[in-house]
Write a protein that binds this ligand. Structure first.
Ligand code: GLC
Length: 536
């Protein structure tokens, strides 16, 4: 079970140390403004005990590297150092040591598709056409007949502009699937791969346990850079690029990771919205260990959509022995409770899907509190992708600053979520009916129950409003997961079953750990233990 930590929004522990580190000559634009308000690595370290209490196996730590923060850390200007906004390398070392002591692994966010324009590689690359790093990025000549027309029709993510910027000094276009401040590296150049493996080695030798690989689908590109098909021309190319050249790269990365004794894991962000396509990024067990499968994030609260997504996972991943992942919320998309119209009941039912399907769940900080997005007016948005709302801060207690060590006169970078006064760790930990208690219960059940953790999965025939999945072991042990997506009660008769967990908590029709009565409450999800089937 992974827990995503987004450093700016998780916990601020050491503003004084940081304000000192941010003193001039730190030149990153806007950083002085943000100085007091971002979370830091020391904050993460101090909250590890909470994560251990919750039952987290590993954290995915979003970027904390040196960055001018055009894309809040996904524009890296030094891959091998900590941005003063978040602390120091020593803070990182302490965080890893403590996490390991608590049995929590630390998986870092590797951003290999692009760098910041402020990275020394790009500074050199744009200094002249003959520079040593010129061919580390993707450059194209302007068309002599139409010099103002970009080399192809690719659109960048964030804003609606082209994925190209013209460099006046050297009279060529450079490619950026994201902001102009994030030029794409050219992975066809073996020096780029070599440099990125060095980055990985640097962090693995410092104790990292693997990498979440940002924009994995972007690495291999067709050198002809052909236009996007006309009907998809308005969709960012980062969501379409799916080139065979990525697979040998991933095989080499996998061999590299496998050469380390601590068995570092690779989790690919494969932002291609078809599970069939995502499945190919596992290779024959020789590419990614895990790949994010985002299509379920795009389901409304509807049984038919979730059934289709579960069915695709079974159809495309299981036959190739690819271990699935489940994710409902992240720093990039509205949180699931917000997507489901703000309903806590629906968010709770979805948590059962997240934690009871076959595969590795990824929780997003604050999701376990039932957190909703903050409402941020457009003029107050900091993020060029408009994602401030889902980046709302973790609330640790019910005090005015919710456990954030904000110095006088400094506002936090992102807002607190709605209801932080009651939806915070301190308050919810003491309430057996809270969303936090439900997550903790589900996580503890996964830990103790091998069938839930490792068992096979089979989608069952069910009435239209029900998602019904059987988890089973070869020896006949069985668990059933049922999710009623309807706002009314639903009959689901199952013989000889006991309720292990209900999303309705104490409101379950029969009460947890009791005999199951054959009915699900409105938008209720249950995990049931059923009599083992006889094994032939
Ligand atoms: C990934 C990250 C996102 C970032 C983008 C560019 O999609 O999750 O936050 O903006 O890559 O690096």
């Amino acid at each position: 079970m992974f827990y995503q930590v987004y450093p700016p929004s998780f916990c601020l522990a050491d503003p004084d140390g940081r304000l000192g580190r941010l003193a001039p000559p730190h030149t990153s634009p806007g950083l002085a403004r943000l100085a007091g308000g971002s979370g830091d690595l020391e904050g993460v370290r101090r909250r590890l005990a909470y994560l251990a209490w919750l039952g987290v196996d590993a954290i995915w730590l979003c970027p904390f590297y040196k960055s001018p923060m055009a894309d809040f850390g996904y524009d890296v200007s030094d891959h091998c150092d900590v941005d003063p906004l978040f602390g120091t390398l020593e803070d990182f070392d302490r965080l890893v040591d403590d996490a390991h002591r608590l049995g929590i692994r630390v998986v870092l966010d590797l951003v290999p598709n692009h760098t910041s324009v402020e990275h020394p590689w790009f500074a050199d690359a744009r200094s002249s056409r003959d520079s040593a790093h010129r061919s580390w990025y993707v450059w194209r000549d302007p068309d002599p007949d139409e010099p103002a027309r970009p080399p192809n029709n690719w659109v960048r993510a964030f804003g609606e502009g082209p994925a190209w910027t013209f460099d006046q000094a050297t009279q060529q276009w450079y490619l950026h699937l994201f902001l102009p401040e994030q030029p794409d590296l050219d992975w066809a150049n073996p020096e780029v791969e070599e440099a990125m493996l060095d980055v990985m080695r640097f962090w693995l030798e410092r104790g990292a346990d693997g990498f979440r690989i940002d924009v994995t689908q972007g690495l291999g590109k067709d050198p002809a850079l052909p236009d996007a098909p006309a009907e998809q021309a308005g969709i960012p190319w980062s969501e379409q690029n799916d080139d065979e050249r990525t697979h040998p790269i991933l095989r080499r990365v996998r061999r590299f990771l496998d050469s380390f004794a601590n068995e570092p894991v690779s989790v690919g962000e494969v932002f291609l919205l078809r599970t069939e396509t995502v499945a190919r990024y596992y290779g024959d067990g020789d590419e990614l260990h895990l790949a994010f499968n985002f299509p379920p994030m795009f389901c409304g609260f509807e049984a038919s959509c979730f059934r289709a997504r579960v069915e695709e996972v079974e159809r495309f991943l299981t036959p190739r022995n690819a271990w699935p992942t489940w994710v409902l919320s992240s720093h990039d998309r509205p949180r699931h409770r917000t997507r489901y119209g703000g309903s806590e009941r629906r968010a709770r039912a979805a948590a059962v899907v997240l934690l009871a399907m076959r595969g590795t769940p990824f929780l997003c900080w604050g999701e376990e509190l039932g957190q909703e997005d903050a409402e941020v007016p457009p003029e107050a948005m900091l993020d060029p992708g408009g994602r401030d709302g889902c980046r709302a801060l973790m609330a640790w207690d019910s005090g005015d600053l919710h456990g954030w060590a904000l110095p006088e006169g400094h506002k936090p970078l992102f807002p607190f979520p709605p209801e932080a006064a009651v939806r915070n760790v301190e308050t919810e930990a003491g309430d057996p009916g809270s969303v936090l208690s439900l997550y903790r219960e589900l996580i503890a059940l996964r830990r103790s129950d091998e069938v839930l953790r490792l068992g096979h999965s089979r989608l069952l025939e069910a009435p239209p409003d029900l998602l019904a999945v059987e988890r089973f072991a070869e020896d006949g042990r069985r668990i059933l997961v049922g999710v009623n997506f309807a706002p009314s009660e639903l009959a689901w008769p199952v013989g000889g079953a006991t309720v292990l967990v209900s999303s309705a908590g104490e409101g379950h029709l029969c009460g947890p750990a009791e005999g199951y009565g054959g009915r699900l409450g409105p938008e209720e999800a249950v995990v049931l233990r059923v009599e083992p089937t006889a094994v032939a």
